[in-house]
Design a protein around this ligand. Sequence first.
Ligand SMILES: NC(=O)c1ccc[n+]([C@@H]2O[C@H](COP(=O)([O-])OP(=O)(O)OC[C@H]3O[C@@H](n4cnc5c(N)ncnc54)[C@H](OP(=O)(O)O)[C@@H]3O)[C@@H](O)[C@H]2O)c1
Length: 291
Amino acid sequence: MGTFGFESTAEEVTADLDLSGKTYVVTGCNSGIGLETARVLALRGAHVIGTARTEQKAREAVGERGTALECELSDPPSVRRCAAALRAFERPLDAIICNAGIMALPSPQPKFGLDLQLLTNHIGHFLLVTEAMDRLAPDGRVVMVSSGAHFMAPESGIEFDNLSGEKDYSPFKQYGQSKLANVLFAKELARRWATTRRTANALHPGVIRTNLGRHAREQVDGFLQTARTKTIPQGAATQCLVATRPEVATTTGEYFSDCRIAPTSPLAQSAELAARLWERSEQIAAELPRA
Ligand SMILES: NC(=O)c1ccc[n+]([C@@H]2O[C@H](COP(=O)([O-])OP(=O)(O)OC[C@H]3O[C@@H](n4cnc5c(N)ncnc54)[C@H](OP(=O)(O)O)[C@@H]3O)[C@@H](O)[C@H]2O)c1
């Protein structure tokens, strides 16, 4: 495992693994690094449950051999239906890879009183994982696809008094907050699972040219010209590694980048903030529509 790094691809990090008999959930399976993750896990023999905004998009991505589910993360009833389908799935889930995400919406678009990036990237996945986790295998893994952008979260980390994002809106601050929430969610899950064999980790996949930049094309293109970028196969490597490699089967509460453990922002290390976010997310989830 020590040999994997920045340039490793998803195929390379899984090359020696036989994943037949394993089941992986990949959210946002129809585009970018989620599509590559789903492809490579299936290539290694795994059963992939791919989720997308519509069942048709998921079906086109996973083909006839995978399971396709609708999971529109900003629509709580859709997420709950997906979680129910996962709970009823015939086999235990070896990992849930929370990969779907949106970035840098130019203006606030609150839904249910929540910033759409926070709702999609964090709350939607919180709802999905907490409602489906009974079906996670005893040694199952939750993999949160976060971002180095979690360093761009606001000073307080999570703006509990501005969850709609309407006060002092900034597209990348709001994105950073949602990606910090991904790290804090993994951290708190890991704490809650400390006496179990289940694990929860977060990661930064790298900087990859995908559809993610569509809401801030000019700014993102400028950044892509200066950053050291990865290809999509390289971008999918870290999440494939964290979800499957036996060497990290007991690693939990960590943050990975370039296929290895990496430092987070100080805010992402706050157990207190992680616990507070969990509590608030539970309250929010309870108030969101069920149908
Ligand atoms: N690309 C990078 O440089 C980079 C860097 C750091 C972190 N990341 C993270 O990597 C993950 C994957 O991003 P990507 O680069 O592969 O971008 P992408 O190509 O835009 O893929 C994002 C996926 O998320 C889905 N999605 C967005 N909103 C959704 C919603 N409301 N409900 C359900 N699915 C939704 C998209 O579906 P549609 O196609 O239907 O919109 C798509 O399948 C994201 O979490 C992103 O934050 C990416």
